[in-house]
Design a protein around this ligand. Structure first.
Ligand SMILES: *[C@@H]1O[C@H](CO)[C@@H](O)[C@H](O)[C@H]1NC(C)=O
Ligand SMILES: *[C@@H]1O[C@H](CO)[C@@H](O)[C@H](O)[C@H]1NC(C)=O
Ligand SMILES: *[C@@H]1O[C@H](CO)[C@@H](O)[C@H](O)[C@H]1NC(C)=O
Ligand SMILES: *[C@@H]1O[C@H](CO)[C@@H](O)[C@H](O)[C@H]1NC(C)=O
Length: 200
């Protein structure tokens, strides 16, 4: 026998006794059917996305208690249990919200520094100085546990002023790594040498 039926049988039995005691003429047929309908209400616990529920009502209990769990990668928001009272659930079912891993962005940082983000949370990517964001700067943790739109990249930006590198002033802004800076400095020194030689 299914467990639900087991816990409902005593109720029906009690109802039968009450019906006999209170309604000898059988006038209670209508209230009996509405009682059955109200039992049905709580036998249909709300379904939730990315999670499941199971009945944890105690044996022979008149109240139905449902326990909700989330699929892996989802976190439960709200109360994990709902109880049927007066043919109504005590509260709305909880929700299972997606968790997104911290987006990996090289040469940039995030507006919030943490390892996990929850569905619908937004993150703004800030690229390091000299790097420009490719794709959307703002991303949202979506229901399918991925970032939407896709995680942007921070790419080295070639500024318009880069020809001036030999003049020294925009050196740091234009070159991505110390080796390049060193080389640029060499070029700069060389250009000064050439200038000096020309003047002589
Ligand atoms: C994230 O951004 C969207 C639109 O840009 C907005 O509707 C939503 O409320 C934001 N989420 C949070 C948690 O602030
Ligand atoms: C991200 O980097 C910027 C400058 O590069 C800095 O001002 C900001 O504090 C950093 N944010 C975080 C969350 O580390
Ligand atoms: C990204 O979000 C921040 C903070 O919500 C906002 O100030 C900025 O304008 C957004 N950037 C873009 C490109 O939508
Ligand atoms: C995840 O959801 C977004 C919308 O929120 C959708 O554009 C994207 O294609 C989905 N990704 C996958 C892998 O299903």
């Amino acid at each position: 026998m299914p467990p639900r039926l087991q816990s409902i049988l005593p109720a029906l039995y009690l109802l039968g006794v009450l019906t006999l005691l209170l309604c000898p003429s059988g006038l209670c047929a209508h209230s009996l059917s509405s009682f059955c309908i109200t039992i049905q209400d709580c036998r249909m616990p709300p379904r939730i996305a990315h999670g499941s529920h199971h009945d944890i009502s105690s044996f022979l209990s008149f109240t139905t208690v449902m326990h909700y769990e989330c699929d892996e990668g989802y976190v439960l928001v709200g109360h994990p249990q709902i109880t049927c009272r007066s043919s109504q659930w005590s509260s709305p079912a909880p929700q299972c919200k997606a968790l997104c891993l911290k987006p990996k962005v090289e040469n940039g940082n995030l507006s919030a520094d943490k390892d996990l983000f929850i569905e619908s949370e937004n993150v703004t990517i800030q690229c390091d100085s000299g790097y420009g964001v490719v794709n959307s700067q703002n991303i949202t943790c979506s229901e399918n546990r991925t970032w939407y739109p896709e995680v942007p990249k921070c790419e080295w930006e070639v500024h318009n002023g880069c020809e001036q590198v030999v003049e020294g002033s925009k050196l740091m802004q234009c070159l991505p790594n110390p080796a390049d800076v060193k080389m640029a400095l060499e070029v700069y020194k060389l250009s000064l040498e050439i200038k000096r030689l020309k003047q002589e």
